[in-house]
Design a protein around this ligand. Structure first.
Ligand code: UDP
Length: 237
């Protein structure tokens, strides 16, 4: 246990986190840096489930905006999340961290299917479980996938690593006086349409009392700081 607050967490990273300074795709150095952070959290005694988005490669909405069938585009997006999961698995294993990828779309040549009891066993054995392909259905996002896996794996918190260090009352990149919330209620996030995660993901966390901790993954060492409470973040609870 890192600080007594959490025993098991689900870490959700958007695909864009893996791009580094690139405008597309996977930057191996960035993946290695994030993997080192995950390892540090694991070494601190935490059980870690990981969900990585696919926005650095393909988003269904973007495809649909260009005339593609939405469901077809969403399946492409889900496949993108599997590529990211494999990249993260590779980086973690190069650091000596044992991992398993479980995909909501079965592809037995590359990874396991999602099997909750098996995932439970992996965590008990000290492996990091990377859940890929979201919920396995179109019209959803990996935020919903993260909330779903956090609920079924009985995680103590959903840590959402983004490019900003919390939730603000205005866009901090545009408004200098924007104020960061320390805490927020799920209902406030939903009623004010605050951009934390998709509404369905926030509602699922609310209904299962899973706190959502929004923090910046761009700063080195931030996962551990979030875990010991010394970092900068917003908690939705
Ligand atoms: N996706 C989906 N169902 C899911 C999860 C993901 O259809 O359960 C598709 C959807 O097209 C989405 C894309 O996969 O845009 C990539 O996921 P997401 O946008 O959540 O990635 P992120 O923004 O976190 O990088």
């Amino acid at each position: 246990m890192a600080n007594g607050r959490y025993r098991r967490v689900l870490l959700k990273l958007s695909g864009e986190v893996l791009m580094g300074d690139q405008s597309f795709g996977i930057d191996p150095d960035t993946v290695a840096r994030v993997a080192a952070e995950v390892k540090a959290a694991k070494d601190a005694g935490l059980e870690i489930c990981l969900v990585i988005g696919g926005g650095n490669i393909f988003r269904g909405m973007a495809g649909a905006a260009k005339g593609m069938d939405r469901a077809q585009a969403d399946y492409m997006g889900m496949l993108a999340t599997v590529m990211n999961a494999l990249a993260m698995q590779n980086a973690l294993e190069q650091l000596g961290v044992q991992t398993r990828v479980q995909s909501a779309i079965e592809m037995d040549k590359v990874c396991e299917p999602v099997i909750r009891r098996r995932a439970e066993r992996h965590l008990e054995k000290g492996r990091v479980v990377i859940f890929a392909a979201g919920v396995g259905a179109p019209y959803f996002t990996t935020d919903s996938g993260a909330a779903l896996r956090a609920a079924e794996m009985k995680c103590d918190a959903l840590l959402k690593g983004t490019s900003v260090d919390g939730v603000y009352d205005a866009d901090p990149k545009k408004v200098a006086s924007a104020k960061r919330y320390e805490t927020l209620s799920y209902d406030r996030v939903l009623s004010d349409n605050l951009k934390v995660m998709d509404a369905s993901a926030v509602a699922l966390c609310r209904d299962n009392s899973i706190p959502i901790v929004v923090f910046s993954i761009r700063e080195q060492g931030n996962i551990l700081k979030v875990l010991d409470g010394s970092g900068t973040f917003t908690v939705v609870q």
